[in-house]
Design a binder for this molecule. Structure first.
Ligand code: PMP
Ligand code: GLU
Length: 414
């Protein structure tokens, strides 16, 4: 006890840092890597990252950039050709008009999100985060000393928050709403009608801004991607975030962007000028080639993601106690697994919650997943489906066997 007090009072770390959690996706992937380093055959379904190589034409553009000596700092918000290509992409894919000075290219969509949150949120401002949410949203809000307000979608509505829920949650302190569509972790996709209803709520609350994370735009199995910024009445208050990690399998290159009203884009540029000076010059040339190549390479990957989604849904529906909505996009499944809470693992460990279940599956089945509480849904667990078909088959075979080892529900035994 006294040790703990000494540690807390002598820690040099800021309150801001201490209040923030480590990224749960990254923490679980780290655990899986550690186990694999000990020689265990771990199947890593915790990290959301395409297992595909970046398409060759994109790699070639990066090699060319190096050969061209493209090794200097770039303008902070990105090279002009790339910002123009992003405007062209918005026009082609989303029927949205932006000028290059409304685009800020960053070190991944993650930095674009952080730039926007830090540029907009004052201490004490409420930020409504649609749950289940991507792990980093709430932590970014906390970093900005804002107050995250979680709004949870229901399983019956594929975990999508409704306009009615949003209307009821807005207060005079609300500054921002944040969501992803297609959603990480649920794979839910907002339809144009649903976003239209959300836009109508925002239109009634002119102090509220929206951060629309569309990084899974291309990984969509229902066909139509709708953007909140397409609703003219609110376009000026929507910050649209997108990137290359998912659609072009470019996670390691660290390239993302946002599009926003010019003053907000300038604020994000200022933030970035003091933190990273912009992303890698070579990566930006690769991103330019990616966009100029259109979305054909993404469409090929989506065919595989859809096949894997269907494969995995077949496998999980054979596992008792997993209640799994059908994802319309992204590459995750997010079953509700509370039927397993309260059961005892061999050796006597009690599975109290989804975090315990994730650890049990890692240790017993050697499959890593991420506990739902990191996504604001403690009854659920997330598995990535971005892995080879045979790995997925083997993973869910092991999971089923391990879950079969769990004892009866405690309350039945009493
Ligand atoms: N948003 C969501 C919903 C994500 O899943 C990810 C994946 N890491 C990101 C943003 C950030 O992507 P990146 O920084 O790799 O562009
Ligand atoms: N987006 C991925 C995930 O959710 C990558 C991990 C991360 O960036 O936190 O797993």
């Amino acid at each position: 006890m006294s040790d703990i007090i000494t540690l807390a009072t002598t820690s040099p770390l800021s309150d801001r840092l201490l209040a923030m959690n480590e990224s749960a996706t990254i923490a679980m992937a780290k655990k899986a890597r550690e186990l694999a380093a000990q020689g265990v055959d771990v199947i890593n379904l915790s990290f959301g990252e395409p297992d595909f190589q970046t398409p060759q034409y994109i790699k070639d553009a990066a090699k060319q950039a190096i050969d061209d000596g493209y090794t200097f700092y770039t303008p902070v918000p990105g090279i002009p050709e790339l910002r123009q290509a992003i405007c062209d992409k918005f026009r082609r894919d989303n029927q949205l008009e932006f000028l290059p000075n409304q685009i800020v290219v960053s070190t991944g969509a993650k930095q674009a999100l952080a730039n926007a949150v830090l540029s907009l949120v004052n201490p004490g401002d409420e930020v409504i985060v649609f749950a289940p949410y991507w792990v980093s949203y709430e932590e970014m809000v906390k970093l900005a000393e804002g107050v995250p307000v979680t709004l949870v979608g229901t399983l019956e509505n594929d975990y999508k928050v409704t306009a009615g829920q949003l209307e009821a949650a807005i207060t005079e302190r609300t500054k921002l709403i944040m969501y992803s569509s297609p959603c990480n972790p649920t794979g839910a996709v907002f339809s144009r009608e649903e976003l239209g209803a959300i836009a109508a709520v925002l239109a009634r609350h002119p102090q509220v801004y929206a951060l629309a994370d569309e990084i899974y735009e291309y990984i969509n199995f229902v066909g139509e991607h709708a953007s909140l910024a397409q609703f003219a009445g609110v376009k000026d208050r929507v910050i649209t975030v997108n990137g290359f990690s998912k659609g072009y399998a470019m996670t390691g290159w660290r390239l993302g962007y946002l599009a926003a009203r010019q003053d907000i884009a300038s604020a994000c540029e200022k933030m970035q000028s003091q933190v990273t000076s912009g992303t890698c010059s070579i990566t930006q040339r690769a991103g330019l080639a990616a966009l100029r190549g259109g979305r054909a390479s993404a469409d090929e990957m989506v065919t595989a993601y859809r096949r894997r989604r269907d494969l995995v849904l077949g496998l999980v529906r054979d596992i008792p106690g997993f209640n799994t909505p059908t994802p319309s996009g992204a590459f995750y499944i997010f079953p509700e697994v509370s039927a397993y809470f309260g059961r005892t693992a061999p050796g006597g460990t009690l599975i109290n919650n989804s975090a315990d279940l994730a650890i049990f599956l890692l240790n017993d089945a050697h499959v890593s997943a991420v506990s739902g509480d990191a996504f604001g849904a403690p009854e659920c667990i997330r598995f990535s489906t971005a892995a080879a078909d045979d790995k997925l088959v083997e993973a869910f075979r092991r999971i089923k066997t391990s879950l079969g080892k769990l004892g009866k529900l405690m309350k039945n035994e009493e």
